[in-house]
Design a protein around this ligand. Structure first.
Ligand code: RIB
Length: 290
């Protein structure tokens, strides 16, 4: 079993389902409300664990019931929580998620996720350096993401960066990571330019893996442009599909899959994940995929 270490966010998702999405200034009556564990970091940790990896979460929750709920959930999902700190200075991260009209919209309040500091990373450096791959997203302070990637690069530890929510990235961060997994929208933001997608992908062989929803996943293997097709499934909720993809990709890479097989595996896992409500609820297990 390969070891995946996730340095990232832990949220509690407040999920509202509705037939229509309210416009600015409008009130609508929705259908259902659920409180579900979430956060891009935690979701990816759960996906990696469910898909066969040894999964370790580094993060920070508040000293509150949401923090307790999140840690219990990760423990139940076989994710190590030994490196999750708790703080009195902020409440656990939360996300307001509206699932309507076949898509979601999300507002995240980072809370305790922004209490992760360079000291946190230094404290858990041994765990980070023991990883077969480190997973990073952008729901914790960007300087922490950059710092972690730099340490990993210096020590030859692979890093998979999921640049979400997207901001323009420093060149050094892009250089310090092994894989980057934006969707088409994020791709344009992280590089700060709007070139043709294929031209951009060609510049980062076997590194830039672009998820394109129903259009599949694209990357350049150094010789050919590869398009891994998507699956035709009944969509219930796309929340967490990207996280399932990243956790699945990491799990497949650390067990020794080549990049193409790892992407195919992650793609299938992500497709299955959108057939249920909630980021983590629909994530498949390894047995369901094989
Ligand atoms: O990627 C989905 C996640 O984004 C949700 O679980 C929510 O917490 C936000 O972080």
């Amino acid at each position: 079993m390969g070891k995946v270490v996730i340095v990232g966010s832990i949220n509690v998702d407040m999920v509202f389902t509705s037939k229509v999405r309210p416009k600015a200034g409008e009130t609508v009556l929705g259908e259902e409300f659920s409180i579900i564990p979430g956060g891009k970091g935690a979701n990816q940790a759960v996906a990696a664990s469910k898909l066969g990896a040894e999964s370790y979460m580094i993060g920070c929750v508040g000293n509150d019931s949401n923090g307790e709920f999140s840690i219990n959930n990760l423990t139940n999902m076989n994710v190590s929580t030994d490196c999750i700190d708790s703080t009195n200075e902020a409440t656990t991260g939360v996300a307001n998620i509206v699932v309507a009209e076949n898509d979601n919209s999300i507002i995240v309040i980072a809370g305790s996720n922004y209490k992760i500091t360079k000291n946190t990373i230094d404290k858990y450096k041994d765990v980070i350096l023991s990883a077969d791959i480190v997973l990073l997203q952008l729901e914790i302070p960007i300087d922490i993401v950059e710092y972690t990637a730099e340490i990993c690069k210096k020590n030859n530890v692979d890093v998979l960066l999921n640049p979400a929510p997207a901001i323009e990235l420093k060149k050094s961060l892009i250089e310090n990571v092994t894989y980057i997994t934006p969707n088409e929208h994020e791709l344009k933001i992280i590089l700060g330019k709007h070139d043709n997608i294929d031209e951009i992908i060609r510049k980062y062989p076997n590194k830039l893996i672009v998820t394109m929803g129903a259009k599949g996943v694209k990357y350049f293997d150094g010789i050919d442009m590869k398009l891994i097709p998507s699956y035709n499934v009944e969509v219930v909720d796309t929340t967490g599909a990207g996280d399932t993809f990243c956790g699945g990709l990491a799990a497949a890479l650390v067990r020794g899959d080549n990049i193409e097989d790892a992407i195919k595996f992650a793609n299938k896992a992500a497709a299955l994940s959108i057939t249920k409500l909630g980021a983590q609820s629909g994530m498949p297990t390894l047995e369901q995929l094989l």
